[in-house]
Design a protein around this ligand. Structure first.
Ligand SMILES: Cc1ncc(COP(=O)(O)O)c(C=O)c1O
Length: 324
């Protein structure tokens, strides 16, 4: 494939098929790390930039845990836009360096206590936009975020048609889950949509607490943005860091697929679901980003033990699903 711009390589990502319960249930993992910056966020970032009518703005600002910032930085390089990312002090170094590599700027927000500073980042982005005459893409409240996943739904329908029974994904801003689900439902009205957040995130209620899954969930005290559309979600589920990161290890060691922690959570939930799902279920789960962004955390034994994360044997836990 020859392209005239890296932006042409966004989308058309492959799917990994895993047969479960001796062929009774199929799991399809949509490998979004094949997008140019290694995450699904390239899709929504392009759509947010293309849908802006603010030609007056000389640049773009966004508050991000890292993936949206990487995507906006890559697109800004191609489109010759100025971009500043507001990121947490504990954002992965890989993500900070990626934004800088594209020629964009990073401002670090919050202190180093590991707490997520989502609201503080948003407030600084708002002020930065006003002071510098920049456009704040405001991913938590921008309909172009969710709309950016229409192509993803089309790809799923092209590959699997109306046979999809379940759609499972992590939820942060809600753009990928709700945007894809809304389109899917138009063609597959009965599809079950399951949002997965970390234990400690409050999107589906419950007690707030600390978690290490990056990019996903909403911490206690932060606002749940307007992009989350509870009407298109059937169930909300919570998965702990132990289970999420152990699933990343399972996927890496058993299937050779490196995914991030939010994907680990979604796949763990998809496997739990596969146990109870009716025969002939076809479960689609999104792999949001690449595990190469987390080699020094999720895949680093020292980091895991420092944060009291216990790696469990996912293959043994779901042995009934994997028996051939
Ligand atoms: C790794 C990762 N997983 C999940 C999400 C959540 O996706 P969304 O914001 O579309 O709900 C994000 C968002 O930043 C992310 O970076």
């Amino acid at each position: 494939m020859i392209v005239n711009s890296i932006l042409e390589t966004i989308g058309r990502t492959p799917m990994l098929h895993i047969s479960l319960r001796r062929g009774e249930v199929d799991l399809y993992i949509k490998l979004e790390m094949f997008n140019p910056t290694g995450s699904m966020k390239d899709r929504m970032a392009l759509n947010m930039i293309e849908s802006t009518h603010s030609e007056v703005a000389i640049g773009i600002v966004e508050s991000s845990s890292g993936n949206t910032a990487s995507s906006l930085a890559m697109i800004s390089a191609v489109r010759r836009l100025e971009f500043t990312a507001l990121m947490d002090s504990h954002a992965s170094l890989d993500k900070i360096l990626t934004v800088r590599a594209f020629g964009s700027h990073v401002q670090i927000v919050g202190n180093d206590d590991g707490a997520l500073a989502t609201d503080e980042r948003d407030e600084q982005a708002r002020r930065f936009a006003i002071q510098n005459c920049y456009y704040w893409t405001e991913q938590h409240n921008n309909p172009a975020n969710a709309a950016g996943y229409a192509g993803l739904a089309t790809e799923l329908l092209d590959d699997l048609g109306p046979t999809i029974t379940h759609f499972v994904s992590a939820i942060g801003t809600g753009g990928s889950l709700c945007g894809t689900a809304r389109q899917l439902r138009m063609h597959v009205p009965g599809v079950q949509v399951i949002g997965v957040e970390p234990v400690g995130s409050i999107i589906f209620g419950g007690q707030g607490g600390h978690y290490h899954q990056s990019g996903t969930g909403t911490p206690q005290g932060a606002n749940v943005g307007m992009v989350i559309d509870y009407d298109v979600i059937d169930w909300g589920r919570k998965v702990g860091d132990d289970e999420a990161f152990s699933t990343c290890h399972y996927l890496a060691r058993r299937h050779g697929v490196l995914v991030g922690g939010s994907t680990g959570g979604a796949i763990y939930e998809a496997l739990s679901l596969a146990r109870e799902a009716p025969v002939s279920s076809r479960i689609v789960a999104l792999a949001c980003d690449s595990g190469t962004k987390y080699l020094d955390t999720i895949f680093n034994e020292e980091w895991l033990s420092k944060h009291n994360i216990r790696v469990i044997d996912v293959e043994a836990q779901f042995a009934d699903l994997f028996a051939s």
